[in-house]
Write a protein that binds this ligand. Structure first.
Ligand SMILES: Cc1cc2nc3c(=O)[nH]c(=O)nc-3n(C[C@H](O)[C@H](O)[C@H](O)COP(=O)(O)O)c2cc1C
Length: 166
C-alpha cells in the first residue's frame, strides 16, 4: 500500500499539518508539494491538503482534485484562519469537500492556521466590514496550528490509516 501526502501551502500552516500526518504513516509513503505532482497514479491512498482562500479551496488544489481525483481514495486536510467553532465554517468546509466530489473521500480534517500579517493588513484596508473584522482578529490566530492541533492531525491520520488497512 503506497500512501501520498501532498499539500499546497503559501505560508507554511498546511505544510505543518502535512508533516504531522506524514509522521504517522507507515512505509511505503511519499510527501510532495502539490506543484510537484503530475497526477495521483501509483498511490493507493492520497492525503491532500490546502488552505482556504476567500471561502473556497485554494484554486490550484481545487483544479488539481477535479482533474485527478476521480476514482482515487482521497483524504483531505484543510487549514483556515476562521476559528473551528465559527458559525459559517461548516458551509465553507462543505465547499472544500466538494472539490473531491469525483474521488472516494475516506477522511476529512480541518484546523485553524495563522492568518499571514500581510493578508491581515490588506483586509483591514478593505471596504468590506466583514473583511475588516477578519483582519482585526488576525492576532487570535497567532501560532496556529499549535501542538494541540497537530496532535489532533496525527490522531486523525492514525485513524484513517487503521481503517484503510495500510
Ligand atoms: C488570499 C487569502 C485568502 C484567505 N481567505 C480565507 C477565508 O476566506 N477564510 C479563512 O478562514 N481563512 C482565509 N485565509 C487564511 C488561510 O486559509 C490560513 O491562514 C491558512 O492556514 C493558510 O495556509 P498556508 O499557510 O498553508 O498557506 C486566507 C488566506 C489568504 C492568503
Amino acid at each position: 500500500m503506497k500512501t501520498l501526502v501532498a499539500y499546497l501551502s503559501q505560508t507554511g500552516n498546511t505544510k505543518k499539518v502535512a508533516e504531522a500526518i506524514y509522521s504517522q504513516i507507515p512505509e511505503e509513503k511519499e510527501m510532495k508539494e502539490l506543484g510537484e505532482l503530475e497526477d495521483l497514479e501509483g498511490y493507493d491512498l492520497c492525503f491532500i491538503g490546502f488552505p482556504v482562500h476567500a471561502g473556497n479551496p485554494a484554486v490550484v488544489a481545487k483544479e488539481f482534485l477535479e482533474k485527478n481525483g476521480a476514482g482515487k481514495k482521497v483524504v483531505l486536510f484543510v487549514t483556515h484562519a476562521t476559528p473551528e467553532g465559527e458559525e459559517d465554517l461548516p458551509a465553507c468546509m462543505d465547499i472544500c469537500r466538494a472539490a473531491a466530489a469525483s474521488a472516494e473521500l475516506v477522511g476529512f480534517f480541518n484546523c485553524q492556521g495563522e492568518l499571514d500579517q500581510k493578508i491581515a493588513e490588506l483586509l483591514l484596508k478593505s471596504d468590506s466590514p466583514r473583511h475588516q473584522e477578519f483582519g482585526r482578529r488576525a492576532p487570535e490566530t497567532k501560532g496556529q496550528p499549535d501542538e494541540t492541533r497537530l496532535e489532533k492531525a496525527k490522531a486523525f491520520a492514525r485513524d484513517v490509516i487503521e481503517k484503510a488497512g495500510a
